[in-house]
Design a protein around this ligand. Structure first.
Ligand SMILES: [Zn+2]
Length: 130
């Protein structure tokens, strides 16, 4: 998606008749916001998987381990939820997409921070530099 999106922006910048800001705004509404919201939802509804036998649990059991005694891990990570967050934040800073779009991204960012806590120097993703 990243590449396709980069090309779209480059094309829009080249063609004067196309409003780049409008395209960015569209991508935010149709891809980035639904993606972030969907990921947060999947994170909240995720299942847990045993590291040894692979059995999955709909929720973390009270004993916090698998029936076979091994540890359980979350199937959805913070990184996968935040995949496009930095891209989205950068776009709303760089382009004048309006208060509404900007507020949506910042609200989602706040929500992600509420769920996971403040991020502390996480590993950067390739998409952070696009
Ligand atoms: Zn197990």
């Amino acid at each position: 998606m990243q590449e396709k999106f980069d090309m779209q922006i480059r094309n829009a910048d080249l063609i004067n008749a196309v409003d780049t800001t409008e395209i960015i705004s569209n991508v935010i509404s149709t891809h980035l916001v639904p993606d972030l919201m969907g990921n947060l939802r999947s994170y909240a509804k995720q299942s847990f998987r045993c590291t040894a036998c692979g059995k999955s649990f709909r929720r973390m059991p009270l004993i916090q381990t698998c029936v076979c005694g091994h540890d359980l891990i979350a199937t959805i990570t913070r990184a996968s939820v935040e995949k496009y967050l930095n891209l989205a934040k950068r776009l709303v800073e760089k382009y004048d997409v309006g208060k509404y779009q900007k507020a949506r991204i910042h609200a989602l960012s706040d929500e992600i921070e509420l769920v996971f806590g403040k991020s502390q120097g996480d590993q950067s993703l390739l998409s952070d530099y696009a």
